[in-house]
Design a protein around this ligand. Sequence first.
Ligand SMILES: O=P(O)(O)OC[C@@H](O)[C@H]1O[C@@H](OP(=O)(O)O)[C@@H](O)[C@@H](O)[C@@H]1O
Ligand SMILES: [Mg+2]
Ligand SMILES: [Zn+2]
Length: 186
Amino acid sequence: MKLIILDRDGVINHDSDEFIKSPDEWIPIPGSLQAIARLNQAGYQVVVATNQSGIARKYFDMATLNAIHQKMHIAAQQVGAEIDTVFFCPHAADESCDCRKPKPGMLHEIARRYDISLKGVPTVGDSLRDLQAGFVVGCIPHLVLTGKGKKTQATGGLPPGTLIHADLAGMVDKLLQHSSGTTAAA
Ligand SMILES: O=P(O)(O)OC[C@@H](O)[C@H]1O[C@@H](OP(=O)(O)O)[C@@H](O)[C@@H](O)[C@@H]1O
Ligand SMILES: [Mg+2]
Ligand SMILES: [Zn+2]
């Protein structure tokens, strides 16, 4: 089984400094859902690991978060894509939980739930914390320049070996090119 771990805001959907507080505010980044469908067709199970401190901040409640994710699943299915499971951290930074990225708690939970080692599993994020959470458990970090990605790139300090892509669609192009052993025509 092949697994890939995606951050949500800024990778699958547009992000906002005011948080994504409702299903109406959840808008897919062009090409991201189609990229997930291509991953599925290539045999990847796709999971999401997302910080959702908006819950602790009371910007939205669990019912709203579930409604946002229902919209995401339906939008994905409409293009033939399947997001297997969404793992989220509802806590605020000052709660010192184990699951808020850059801590790897959600990644450990994914390894437990799928009963696999995460060594070499690709993880895609737009923030440094996304990449750090995956890197410490052996994932291959991929930065996309959507969402906060450009700012993350400018700030630097990326985990060694981080690969950089314009967006999720571009990352998937590269990933599937390598795994099929084909290279783009010169
Ligand atoms: O990118 P993922 O992990 O899917 O979700 C990020 C969101 O939960 C929010 O995370 C917040 O960070 P703080 O929680 O305030 O540090 C801010 O960056 C918001 O702009 C952003 O919408
Ligand atoms: Mg993000
Ligand atoms: Zn947490």
